[in-house]
Design a protein around this ligand. Structure first.
Ligand code: NDP
Ligand code: GDR
Length: 345
């Protein structure tokens, strides 16, 4: 029997890698996309097969996590075996500007989806994209037993989503799990997260298109891994015998400054000539240090990341340098074919 998965956030970094992984494994993949006045499917365009083709395995549906009734109709329509809730207002700095919207989508959105699973009676496994931001001010190393101390509206919303996921597991016997993922990046990372902002700037400066990049706090410590390895971990969590919560992390620790140095050095540039400070990128409350301990995932899921942060910086810089040559996205030529959502509706 072909397994069927529903991915919210399929147009994002993780959603695109997860869709690829599941299609490779023979799944039928359904994705939730938001109606926008511009095309927002560039990360998954390369997975496109005309839905009229009997071989098509990827199907997209309009919807938004703020719309609970839509979550119910979607669950009834798709009747998935696995649900991956990756959708969120995922930018920590932006969550200080849009706290209510972040709470509504990143926090309550998860509850709307869990409730849709429950009300529809569909027998499925549920993955919640929880975050190391939930640990916030609690010092590293952090694992599944570390107390939460969120430092942003985003972190607080993720704590809410974490607990409702656990509550639906305990209260209704659902196979519902939290993947507590530390930062993971790739050439598909959104351009306003710090790693991609840096590697894109390196490529543009090397090409003579820019002279400077403006950054905020260079002292914070993060444990940056490679996104394709993390979506494999998400899938493994839903294949386990029992539902449980898992940290995914490399255990490495790099400051933002270290990532800047590694990225500029890789392109043969002197970072101190090109990096400038702008206070607008500071947060009212910062998360100083996140370093994960993924021992449980190693032991129970046999999940061990291979790409460390230095290698990650190299992958991302090279992809952005290549992308500049094509003046496009690093992973795909922009195509828009008849029948693709947004092309004919
Ligand atoms: P992205 O920001 O790249 O993608 C977010 C996705 O959510 C996009 O597809 C976006 O759609 C969609 N989305 C946003 N708001 C809504 C909404 N109201 N209704 C429906 N869809 C919505 O995030 P990542 O891929 O990096 O992360 C995936 C998930 O994992 C997120 O929940 C994030 O918070 C969490 N996470 C990420 C980590 C990381 O390091 N990347 C670490 C830990 C957790 P659109 O394309 O239209 O904007
Ligand atoms: P983070 O990622 O907040 O950890 O959340 P981000 O890349 O935004 O920030 C990492 C660190 O870099 C510092 N920083 C800057 N950040 C940005 N975005 N822009 C800058 O110019 C800049 N200068 C310095 C930040 O202050 C911070 O300390 C990410 C998101 O993917 C979340 O959705 C996810 O849950 C967590 O990772 C784990």
């Amino acid at each position: 029997m072909t397994k069927r998965a529903l991915i919210t956030g399929i147009t994002g970094q993780d959603g695109s890698y997860l869709a690829e992984l599941l299609l490779d494994k023979g799944y039928e993949v359904h994705g939730l996309i938001r109606r926008a006045s511009t095309f927002n499917t560039s990360r998954i365009d390369h997975l496109y097969v005309d839905p009229h083709d009997p071989e098509a395995k990827l199907f997209l549906h309009y919807g938004d996590l703020s719309d609970g009734a839509r979550m119910v109709t979607l669950m009834n329509e798709v009747r998935p075996d696995e649900v991956y809730n990756l959708a969120a207002q995922s930018h920590v700095r932006v969550s200080f500007d849009e706290p209510e919207h972040t709470g509504d989508t990143t926090g309550i959105g998860a509850m709307r989806l869990l409730e849709a699973v429950r009300l529809s009676g569909v027998d499925c496994r549920y993955y919640q994209a929880s975050s190391s931001e939930m640990f916030g001010a609690t010092p590293p190393p952090q694992n599944e037993d570390t107390p939460f101390y969120p430092r942003s509206p985003y972190g607080a919303a993720k704590v809410y989503a974490y607990w409702v996921t656990k509550n639906y597991r305990e209260g209704y016997g659902m196979f519902a799990v939290n993947g507590i993922l530390f930062n993971h990046e790739s050439p598909r990372r959104g351009e306003t997260f710090v790693t991609r902002k840096i590697t894109r700037a390196v490529a543009r400066i090397q090409a003579g298109l820019d002279d400077y990049v403006y950054l905020g706090n260079l002292d914070s410590i993060r444990d940056w891994g490679y996104a394709p390895e993390y979506v494999e971990g998400m899938w493994r969590m839903l294949q386990a015998d029992e539902p449980d919560d898992f940290v995914l992390a490399t255990g490495g620790n790099f400051t933002v400054r270290d990532f800047v140095v590694a990225s500029f050095e890789h392109a043969g540039l002197d970072w101190e000539k090109h990096v400038r400070f702008d206070e607008r990128y500071l947060r009212p409350t910062e998360v100083d240090a996140l370093i994960g301990d993924a021992s449980r995932a190693k032991e129970k899921l046999d999940w061990v990341p291979q790409v460390d942060t230095a290698e990650l910086a190299r992958i991302m810089v090279e992809a952005d340098i290549e992308a500049i040559k094509h003046e496009g996205n690093p992973w795909i030529d922009q195509v828009r074919l008849p029948g693709w959502p947004g092309a004919d509706q």
